[in-house]
Design a binder for this molecule. Sequence first.
Ligand SMILES: Cc1ncc(COP(=O)(O)OP(=O)(O)O)c(N)n1
Ligand code: 3NM
Ligand code: MG
Length: 218
Amino acid sequence: MNASLRPLLPPGPYLLCDDTVRPDMPLVAKAERLLAGGARVVQLRMKRTPVREALEVARQVVQLCRRAGAVCLLNDRVDLALLSDAHGVHVGDEDVPPEAARSLLGPGRLVGVTVRGVEGAIAAREAGADYVGVGPVFGTTTKQVPAPVLGVEGLARVVKGSPLPVVGIGGVGLDNMPWVAATGVHGAAVVSDALLAQDIAERVRLLASAFEQGRVGG
Ligand SMILES: Cc1ncc(COP(=O)(O)OP(=O)(O)O)c(N)n1
Ligand SMILES: Cc1nc(C(=O)O)sc1CCOP(=O)(O)O
Ligand SMILES: [Mg+2]
């Protein structure tokens, strides 16, 4: 497959379907609610799910996303992405390096890479990545991140210098979404603000309209 046939990463809210936040709710139920709210990108992040169960969940969530016309990315696991026919992966410093992910996935799938600044974004492009995840934008309790908080100004600097589309992550939610979108980010990744909401689907709808409200030129 030619790289031009690779799926595009839809702009806007980028929702994580995560097993560490609200662990009492099954991942497939979370994915259904995210998609019911119109999620166009879902990253399946499984840190606690045993691998055989994770493969089964990945197959179900990928199928749900494909039916809904959404892009599904697997966090960390290139093997599960291939076995579930996901649209791609998101990898960071503790995962398979981006060059290896690209070589295993080929040109037809997306590779996202976590970076902390413009230099990292340049290296990610050279490694064959399609987009970069940049954070933490704000403080977060979802994960202990070994990097300082960027704030919206720091995020805007990375957006300006990055050769790849930027997805901001870390503490992003309804209250700050317009400011995050106003930096010119391609996407805004959200974990707890969506998954902890009483009505997850409605929260996703609100996040999308808040992104549109803040979007550069929007
Ligand atoms: C969109 C996005 N950006 C950054 C991350 C963090 O990935 P990583 O550094 O590999 O950390 P874990 O998520 O694996 O804990 C992400 N998942 N998504
Ligand atoms: C998984 C992850 N990675 C981050 C990074 O900065 O690399 S912040 C983060 C967690 C984001 O969760 P929430 O939306 O609940 O703050
Ligand atoms: Mg990772």
